[in-house]
Design a protein around this ligand. Sequence first.
Ligand SMILES: [Mn+2]
Length: 295
Amino acid sequence: MNNYIKYPKNFAELEDPLSNYDASKVIILPVPYEKTTTYIKGTANGPGAIIYASRNMELYDEELNKEICKIGICTLNELRIDEKPELMVNIVYQNVKKIINDDKFIITLGGEHSITPGAIKAFAEKYGDFSILQLDAHSDLREEYDNTKFSHACAMKRCRDIIKNIVQVGIRSLDYEEAVLIKKNKFDIFWAKDIYDNDEWFDEAISKLSKNVYITIDLDVFDPSIMPSVGTPEPGGLKYYQILRFLRRLCEKKNVLGFDVMELCPNKDNASSDFTAAKIAYKLIGYVFDKSIKK
Ligand SMILES: [Mn+2]
């Protein structure tokens, strides 16, 4: 495949062969889709801002004592989709399917959260049963919103149509019907108010996931004090090191199939959120592939 971004404009500014498609285990798919956002606009610029910030990261990770990029990270050209969300999901599905069939580890960068169900459909076809870990301020379990079932506000409901085992972490905003649905079905939810100041929930959350896990990160899971650049910043979120500790523990115990990083809504006057999002993606690659990356 030749449809990828070359040095120096790619994720982590990697030269060939660390960033060509064939040699890379990790493939980044930027999807700057934004059609159903309802508050602050601008998440279409999210993938580009994450990649731009990533070009200034140190490639050596002091926690793992490794250069994570050695696994090979290829950044595909932006997948630009100017369609209604129900059609967009299908285009994402087709693209993700192609990449996972090449035996690659795919990371989707959003864009709005409504993109995720397209990726989940492709993963379900390839891997059968797995669990989804959702890090998010919002439960996103509405059946329909603004006259579409494929709104960002319905993202996890559409994922749930495909995959039943979903663990939701950091939730602190939802409507009454979603709350009723969660209670009635005893969904696995770790509310932000119960977990923001401790790590005691880590093992319980991990134990509810099956061996294979897909991770979807809505950046608004973080507290707005460290992640202000999201479409709907909700107070009372999680912190950087806490999420890193959780993700590292998870990766030690489970097989992560792929992940996405969604809903960055960049602010040109403050790049810290962009940089944090890029670091989270890079460190999570490190946690997933820790054993395979040579020193
Ligand atoms: Mn959210």
